[in-house]
Design a protein around this ligand. Structure first.
Ligand code: 26V
Length: 821
């Protein structure tokens, strides 16, 4: 249809044009005038004015992708940790200053508005934030990519600290509306659950199901300084009209409404636990809900421009962000075979050319498996398909000529169905069998993946396994988060680093330049002062901006070893009390992170940190020498304030447990030196910045294995190290919890008597030593600054642009689309 009368304004970016847009949006979009508008309303109006400027680009990009029949990437993720959008969009469009001026002319302070925007916290941690960084990079590089996920009504809970303990509060982030999304009520797909299957004329039908509709909400993902944009499409559950109407007779009114609520529960909340696979039925429903809608959507989009499935796998790449979306595999087979009547073998052929899978964890307790019984009840057709895939796969393996492959034990090990005890489907195995490529997220992790958890598969399909080291977007994590440092870098090497992070290498040419070092320290100090203002407002405590800011900010997990950090803090405290006159290097040790609400030990560790902080911060002997803070409610927006203020970045997981880490990259990019084990991407960070500019300590992954094999004896370490013994005894005896001395006994026993699974005690001495080395280094101000600059300069390869370019080239086989601008 050609719209004869369709005319719209070409929106300009001057402050004056923006002022008019905001005014118009306030009046006609929000329905307020300058007299009645609250700050929220101004934010909404400003957001709409910005969004309007993205829409035009969005239309152009979509049209071009369509015209060029581009291969599209579907990035499937249960989590997208986007954070705030307003400043990010201003940066992408290059209208930050103009908008600030426009709002000022309306009597509105833009910086105050920015803080009113709620985070889109639709994720737990690293995996969700990675998905958000990847969307930013796909758009910036012009890769035609869609993010697909769930529009949770409730995102990650808000964390409050009450009397030292974590208290969770629901995060109803949509309370004031979401100006960034476009609801698409016309884009709805039915998603079925339950029922049974029957054979009719050679095809399988899935009947007597309960049905929920998935409705699309689109968010524009702008590329930075390009006209290219992409789309994040999130699904929200809508009760099915048909079903409700049938129950909608007189007396059943209430029941009909209740049933409605029940179906719509599917997209109600994000599961805030990334530590264990809990096996909740609602979670399985969520996983199937969003992949089913997504597969239906991508088939519809493909068939809009193709009359047969002949070119399907040339035009579609589906990426599985961990195993949570793995049901997309049997769902696509079901749609192709049962609905579109494609022969099984042909469908399998497409599948293996379309899917790729990233693994994000080696921890056995986080690897997804689903009970066969639950699957048969909820998704009977999918279970059949999984069994068929498994049968074909095991048949092939057992016919293999390779030695040892066909013996029964091997076959049992690689089966997609775990037959020991309750039968369960191993989702990661299904992903591997049906994908053309499987990658880990750092060199070490990819290696360990093929050596341990997927060793049998690496033997069967060695060509399938590869590595793509993670990355982060420099737009959010430097340009936006640290204006002072970004400005300094711009003045020194120009602005191109935002698009090509390897440009930061040019900072090496000013290495040793005293004036530059001075300016670099000033930028860091400005960020510290900004953070201190907020911390002081909350705690009433004073902090010294010239202290060493030492940070561990990430989810609370035993494997990340916040406890090791606490043991160092306690040791330092004890030493200060014993010899306050020594020339202590003042330190602020900052922790932040959420614990899964059911993860008792992680919550106890939060409480211990707060109890230690209470003791240390109020001991008059200690003063400035040591301060301990737990910053509540860690998330994207808190990270943007905290990370730029760091001098030292704690990346101290037990070697072999952290798949990559991405906080490590954000901190190094902001000029923090890493205190790290040889784990995840720390190893590559060390290679990039040089051994002199990082503090590496502790057992390596191989040494951890060897130690476990030889029989690890933590109690012996406890008994032999006096400093450690003192700290642990204080924990055990309630030195930090005088009102409830038994509070931390479990921590003590976990470490000393119950095996210390994460080998905290094994690395304690080396850690304390490395911290002393950091102190010595920090007082040599010039040498520390030089190392910090070297860290920034070395971060080129940790841009998510580099990571996405690798995915596009090596895995998805997609190219940027020419958007003409
Ligand atoms: C796991 C689970 C387990 C089943 C139930 C719900 C749920 C939700 C999320 C997860 C994710 C755990 C995996 C994860 O976040 N891995 C992190 O991925 C980062 C990006 O690759 C990486 O940098 C971190 O090292 C890794 O821990």
């Amino acid at each position: 249809m050609t719209a004869v009368g369709l005319e719209f304004d070409q929106l300009k970016s001057s402050a004056d044009a923006l002022r008019r847009s905001v005014s118009n949006r306030l009046m006609y979009g929000v329905g307020k005038d300058a007299v009645t508008a609250r700050p929220q309303d101004w934010l909404h109006a400003a957001a709409l004015a910005v969004r309007d400027r993205l829409v035009e680009r969005w239309m152009v990009t979509t049209r071009r992708q369509y015209d060029q029949d581009a291969k599209r990437v579907y990035y499937l993720s249960m989590e997208f940790l986007i954070g705030r959008t307003f400043s990010n969009a201003l940066l992408a469009l290059g209208i930050h200053d103009a908008m600030k001026e426009a709002l000022a002319s309306l009597g509105v302070d833009m910086d105050a508005l920015i803080d009113l925007e709620p985070d889109a916290a639709l994720g737990n941690g690293g995996l969700g934030r990675l998905a958000a960084c990847f969307l930013d990079s796909m758009a910036t590089l012009g890769i035609p990519g869609f993010g697909y996920g769930i529009r949770y009504d409730y995102g990650m809970f808000r964390q409050q600290i009450v009397n030292g303990e974590q208290v969770e509060e629901p995060d109803y982030w949509l309370r004031s509306g979401n100006p960034w999304e476009f609801p698409r009520p016309e884009v709805q797909y039915p998603v079925h659950f339950g029922g049974r299957t029957v054979q009719r004329n050679g095809t399988v039908e899935w009947i007597e199901t309960h049905t929920v509709n998935a409705m699309a909400y689109d968010t524009i993902i702008p590329g930075y300084a390009t006209s290219a944009t992409n789309t994040l499409r999130l699904w929200s559950a809508r009760a099915c009209e048909e079903l409700d109407l049938s129950a909608f007779n007189q007396g059943d009114y209430q029941r009909a409404v209740e049933a409605r609520n029940l179906s719509e529960n599917v997209s109600r909340l994000l599961y805030p636990d990334d530590s264990t696979m809990a096996g909740r039925e609602l979670r399985l429903r969520q996983e199937y809900f969003f992949v089913s809608a997504t597969m239906q959507d991508l088939i519809r989009r493909y068939l809009r421009t193709h009359s047969t499935f002949g070119r399907f796998s040339d035009k579609v790449a589906v990426h599985l962000n961990d195993t949570h979306p793995v049901l997309a595999i049997p769902e696509l087979i079901r749609l192709l075979v049962d609905v579109h009547h494609m022969p099984w073998d042909e469908a399998m052929g497409h599948i293996k050319r379309v899917f790729s899978y990233t693994n994000h964890t080696l921890m056995p307790e986080a690897l997804e498996t689903w009970d066969v019984e639950l699957l048969s009840r909820l998704l009977p057709r999918h279970l059949e398909i999984i069994f068929d895939i498994n049968a074909a796969f095991l048949r092939e393996a057992s016919e293999s000529k390779e030695k040892g492959v066909h013996d029964l034990d091997f076959i049992r090990r690689i089966s997609l169905v775990d037959e020991y005890g309750q039968r369960r489907v191993r989702m990661a195995y299904l992903a591997i069998v049906a994908s053309h490529t499987v990658n880990g997220v750092s060199k070490l992790h990819s290696q360990l993946m093929t050596r341990h958890i997927f060793a049998d598969f690496a033997r069967l399909f060695p060509e399938r396994f590869t590595n793509v080291t993670n990355g982060i977007t420099p737009r959010r994590w430097l340009a936006q988060a640290s204006p002072p440092l970004a400005r300094l870098v711009d003045e020194t090497i120009g602005t191109q680093w935002r698009k090509d992070l390897f440009e930061l290498g040019a900072l090496r040419k000013v290495a040793g330049d005293a004036a530059f070092e001075e300016a670099f320290r000033a930028a860091k100090r400005e960020n510290k002062v900004r953070l201190i203002q907020r911390m002081t407002a909350r705690t009433g405590l004073a902090f010294n901006p010239d202290a060493l800011f030492d940070m561990q900010v990430k989810r609370m997990h035993e494997y990340k070893r916040q406890l090791l950090n606490v043991l160092h803090v306690i040791t330092r405290y004890n030493r200060i009390v014993q010899a306050p006159e020594r020339d202590w290097v003042p330190r602020v040790v900052l922790f932040a992170g959420k614990a899964a609400s059911a993860y008792r030990m992680a919550k106890t560790i939060i409480r211990l940190i707060n109890d230690v902080a209470e003791k240390v911060n109020h001991d008059p002997v200690v003063g400035d020498r040591l301060k301990v803070v737990f910053v509540p409610n860690y998330g994207v927006s808190v990270a943007e304030v905290v990370i730029p203020a760091a001098d030292l970045s704690e990346q101290i997981s037990t070697a072999g447990t952290e798949a990559s880490g991405t906080g490590n990259m954000k901190l190094a990019l902001n000029g923090a030196l890493t205190m790290g084990t040889l784990d995840g991407a720390n190893i590559e960070i060390g290679e990039a910045v040089g051994a002199d500019n990082i503090f590496i300590f502790g057992n390596t992954a191989d040494q951890v294995d060897a130690l476990r094999g030889a029989g690890y004896r933590p109690r012996q370490i406890y008994e032999e190290n006096a400093g450690l013994r003192m700290a642990l005894d204080q924990i055990r005896r309630g030195f930090f919890a005088p009102d409830d001395p038994a509070r931390y006994q479990e921590i003590f026993h976990t470490l000393v008597d119950w095996g210390d699974h994460y080998m905290v005690l094994a690395d304690y001495a080396a850690f304390v030593q490395a911290q002393e080395a950091a102190d010595r280094r920090f007082v040599d101000v010039r040498s520390w600054t030089a190392s910090a600059i070297e860290n920034v300069a070395g971060m080129g390869m940790f841009s998510s642009d580099r990571a996405i370019a690798e995915y596009a080239r090596e895995i998805w086989h997609t190219k940027p689309v020419d958007t003409g601008r």
